[in-house]
Design a binder for this molecule. Structure first.
Ligand code: MSP
Length: 504
């Protein structure tokens, strides 16, 4: 067991409605990182799950006339179905209703109380029920909830609070002086908005609803959402429970990925909780923008969601994966549009990648009965293609280290586009007319097979259904999907098999 470990997490999603393309984005991005790290030989633990407590779930269940647990069970099944459809290779799925998680949260809450970081007080504030969030006056937009734009109500209740001020200096340093937050450009905004004005203590228990984890030493209080939710990242490793024994191995996390809506909780509250518990801090918090639709965040409470299963049925899971990975940069928001998606699927996947494979395989069959060998290239364009192929893995690796996934895909597709151009330049159909060009023709086709193979290996992290199909048509099996064999010439012979179009 001397492999280096890599622990990556998605947020745990609220099962208050069906998953949408926004949830897919974070999960697919984490999946591609997890797959890439596995190919690199890391011992990966990839965690996802659902955040199942809270007033909103309690209300939704009541509307349907079922228990909250029955309500979430049904939606969790849909999340899991979607992840399986999208080929999400998570290693562990945590539900905050799991016994071991409840045990951990209760112990953490008690520990924070015993250490003097949690105290009892009264909460007064503006509350948005659909978003389950209290807001301060200054956070409201036109007196309404800044998240969903709906009316907020005045609310007050006895509650426990988590003291954040003792950690303000350390958190400010973490944000401004380390590479914890990615992109770092968001650090200043956080420090100015939340730390400089003085960190307000966080309300961590509620008495107005019951669907939550009971505070062991004060019945009537349930642990309020963020202490429950954030603890998932360590309860899932067995911290303060007997279900797993992986905490020493996998903690601290290498990457927590979230969207900007919950950045504050992961950039401030979570480090504070860990500091209060004397635990090491996660290495990176990767924050991406929102997928928007008509200019607004795509969200269940706004009601403008795109159902990934419907899209997937039409275009296939890898096409959806490609679209969201290619469009969404860490920094910015990205608007969802069917048009952009269809253009991308047509241009990159069907034309560039699909045609390169089908043309190459067809020519290998037509001119060489399917089998081509490594015949050295003699022209400058050969060397150019070989060099691009040889440099690709390092470029993609650097992009994955920086979490610039769209860039990684652009690099791969630059090679695919170069290979297509190489076909036009070498014109194999013209070479085939003269027996004297047989060697040259074989060299050309071999170059194309090598380019396709190496691109296929790398694409396996992003398009896990397509990459094995590419290998199959190149006459290779899954063992060819090997990151250590991505130099030009690593495969000496091909016996291709024509298959169906990759993206019909
Ligand atoms: N349960 C909390 C998270 C707790 S993590 C300890 C929560 N759940 S959520 O269901 O609302 O999911 C929020 C996350 O879903 C975002 O951070 C993001 O990862 C993803 N997204 C939901 N809608 C999204 C978009 N429209 N665009 C991009 N990502 C989106 O918050």
């Amino acid at each position: 067991m001397d492999k280096e470990k890599f622990y990556i997490t998605t947020p745990i999603y609220y099962p208050s409605g069906n998953p949408h393309i926004g949830h897919c984005y974070t999960t697919v991005a984490c999946d591609s990182i997890a797959r890439f790290r596995r190919m690199q030989g890391y011992d990966v633990l990839f965690l996802t799950g659902t955040d199942e407590h809270g007033l909103k779930i309690e209300q939704k269940a009541a509307e349907k006339g079922v228990t909250p647990k029955a309500y979430v069970d049904e939606i969790v099944a849909i999340f899991k179905k979607l992840w399986s459809y999208m080929n999400i290779s998570y290693d562990r799925y945590i539900r905050t209703t799991d016994d071991y998680h409840i045990e951990t949260v209760q112990k953490i809450f008690k520990e924070l109380y015993d250490r003097g970081y949690i105290y009892k007080g009264e909460y007064k504030g503006k509350y948005c029920t659909p978003c389950e969030s209290f807001w301060t006056e200054s956070q409201l937009v036109d007196g309404k909830c800044p998240e969903c734009g709906r009316a907020v109500t005045e609310a007050a209740e006895e509650a426990y609070f988590f003291k954040l001020s003792p950690f303000a200096d350390r958190i400010e340093k973490l944000l401004l002086e380390t590479d914890y937050l990615q992109p770092k450009s968001r650090a200043v905004e956080l420090v100015n908005n939340f730390i400089k004005p003085g960190l307000e203590d966080l309300c961590v228990s509620r008495t107005s609803f019951t669907w939550g984890i009971p505070v062991t030493f004060d019945p009537g209080h349930v642990v309020y959402v963020w202490v429950d939710a954030l603890s998932n990242y360590i309860s899932a490793l067995g911290y303060l429970n007997d279900k797993y024994d992986d905490f020493d191995r996998y903690w601290p996390a290498d990457v927590h990925m979230v969207a900007k809506d919950i950045m504050r909780f992961h950039a401030i509250i979570w480090p504070a909780m860990l500091m209060a518990l004397d635990l090491p801090l996660p290495k990176h918090l990767a924050v991406h923008g929102w997928i928007t639709f008509n200019g607004q965040k795509m969200s269940k409470s706004i009601g403008n969601v795109v159902d990934p299963l419907v899209l997937g049925e039409r275009y296939g899971a890898d096409a959806i994966r490609y679209h969201i990975l290619r469009e969404m940069a860490l920094g910015a928001d990205s608007s969802f549009s069917n048009e952009i998606m269809i253009n991308r699927i047509n241009a990159d996947l069907a034309n560039d990648l699909g045609n390169l494979l089908s043309r190459t395989v067809a020519m290998c069959e037509k001119y060489f009965g399917g089998t081509v060998h490594n015949v050295a290239g003699t022209e400058a364009i050969d060397t150019e293609l070989e060099t691009m192929v040889n440099e690709l893995t390092a470029k993609v690796t650097a992009d994955m280290d920086d979490l610039t996934i769209p860039q990684a895909l652009m690099e791969i597709f630059a090679v695919i586009q170069r290979a297509n151009k190489y076909i036009d330049e070498t014109a194999p159909w013209a070479l085939a007319k003269d027996e004297a060009n047989k060697q040259r023709l074989e060299s050309v086709l071999y170059h194309l097979c090598e380019a396709l193979r190496v691109c296929g290996v790398l694409l396996n992290a992003y398009l896990p259904t397509t990459a094995p199909k590419m290998m199959e048509q190149l006459g290779l099996d899954a063992s060819a999907l090997d990151l250590t064999k991505t130099t030009y010439g690593a495969q000496q012979t091909y016996t291709v098999h024509k298959g169906e179009a990759l993206f019909p």
